[in-house]
Design a protein around this ligand. Structure first.
Ligand code: UTP
Length: 287
């Protein structure tokens, strides 16, 4: 199965940082956001990565390709662990497709039609960083393999947050799996059919492409995947899956802070320091 990373967005919420630096290579401690998503995909057994990038995002395109000078430097200084960490990716299969204009997430996916071919494919949005025992994408692939239907990742959100997400409702087929009967992108609070929110992991089938190309502009005057999925639901069953794990929204400034703190608390080399720091801050009455 191939996996698409649509990373051509403008990243307005992180300006001015994202003026020259693509949002997806902003680090969570010392690792770019995109690398977390690629590592999750690798851990899910995927090895064919398609990036939908944009002009000005060359640094992102270069992140997974060899840098001879840096590699030679690390070799000379016997930094083998760091070098291995980089070289792991050199052997994987990355391809890049340019989205010349940011016409929307759905438009970005449509550009991958030829590259994807006749098989089901995965989509991952690196803004959603998911920490879980079993990689989130592997969980979705397992559901796809059982039902052979497109699958979208979901989590429950506080009802007042529904207007920020794609929101769905429908009957459960088993624990964690439901058939999507209603799906709306960023509904008004009063119109949200539930608090089940779409998270950036999908397994889609190629029959989504003609529906994406019909080109209707949805929320925010962009071509949205959600609108095409609503059309697809008229043709076949589309499933929602409540993944096991915790998702962090690294695409907003507050979410980014939360992501940093949680990753720091998870990593062995940063855990103790971060715990002490947070405890100290919690006790500081001047704050
Ligand atoms: P977002 O809605 O998060 O947009 O896109 P964004 O540009 O990344 O961030 P803000 O809202 O301006 O701060 C969801 C995903 O779809 C990609 C983005 O890169 C992100 O991964 N995308 C969006 C594209 O690839 N092309 C587009 O035209 C729009």
């Amino acid at each position: 199965m191939k996996i698409i990373f649509p990373v051509a967005g403008v990243g307005t919420r992180f300006l001015p940082a994202t003026k020259e630096v693509p949002k997806e290579i902003l680090p969570v401690i010392d690792k770019p956001l995109i690398q977390y998503a690629v590592e999750e995909a690798v851990a899910s057994g995927l090895a064919d990565f398609i990036f939908i990038t944009a002009p000005g995002k060359e640094a992102l395109e270069r992140h997974f390709v060899p840098n001879r000078e840096l590699d030679a430097f690390l070799e000379r200084h016997s930094k083998t662990q760091l070098l291995d960490g980089l070289q792991d990716f050199y052997r994987k299969n990355f391809s890049y497709i340019r989205q010349e204009q940011a016409l929307g997430f759905g438009h970005a996916i449509a550009l991958a039609e030829k590259a994807v071919g006749d098989e089901a494919f995965a989509i991952s949005l690196p803004d959603d960083l998911i920490l879980s025992e079993q990689p989130a994408m592997a969980q979705l692939i397992a559901v796809y393999e059982k039902y052979r239907s497109p699958v979208i990742a979901f989590m429950k959100v506080p009802p007042e947050d529904a207007p920020r997400y794609g929101i769905a409702a429908g009957p459960f087929l088993e624990e964690r799996v439901f058939r999507i009967e209603q799906l709306v992108e960023k509904p008004a609070l009063a119109d949200a059919p539930s608090n089940y929110a779409v998270i950036g992991r999908y397994i889609m089938t190629p029959d989504i492409f003609p529906l994406l190309k019909s080109g209707k502009q949805g929320a925010g005057a962009e071509i949205q995947l959600t609108d095409a999925v609503v059309e697809l639901m008229k043709q076949r069953q589309v499933l929602g899956y409540f993944f096991e794990g915790r998702r962090f929204d690294a695409g907003t400034t507050l979410g980014y802070i939360e992501t940093l703190v949680h990753v720091a608390l998870q990593r062995e080399d940063t855990r103790d320091f971060t715990r002490r720091l947070l405890r100290g801050l919690a006790l500081d009455e001047k704050l």
